[in-house]
Design a protein around this ligand. Structure first.
Ligand SMILES: [Cu+2]
Length: 106
């Protein structure tokens, strides 16, 4: 009886830490992080992208900004935030940097 119980002691101890923590972190992330990709026209170089990044990062809740620069076309601005952003706030930030927001998609 004791021999049969022994192997389950270390396994039980591990499971108590692992599976309880991992799903908790996953759930918190999926509920609180939001990513939206915006189309922005008018950017022509890295300086343009840096200006847009700087302005968009000023919006409350923005955690990360990634830009796929398309010179002379629609650049893609991927914004990760801890809450859904108001598109007007993003438009205002892009406008402040000197460019135009032309679309948004989840
Ligand atoms: Cu530029």
């Amino acid at each position: 009886m004791l021999r049969q119980d022994l192997p389950f002691i270390p396994l039980g101890g591990t499971n108590e830490v692992g599976p309880h923590r991992a799903p908790f972190i996953t759930i918190v992330r999926s509920l609180s992080m939001s990513t939206t990709t915006y189309s922005v026209t008018g950017m022509t170089c890295g300086h343009c992208a840096a200006s847009v990044t700087e302005e968009v990062k000023k919006i409350a809740g923005v955690k990360d900004v990634e830009i796929n620069l398309v010179t002379g076309g629609e650049s893609q601005v991927k914004v990760t935030s801890d809450a859904d952003l108001a598109v007007d706030d993003v438009r205002a930030a892009v406008d402040e940097a000197g460019y135009e927001l032309t679309g948004a998609s989840a």
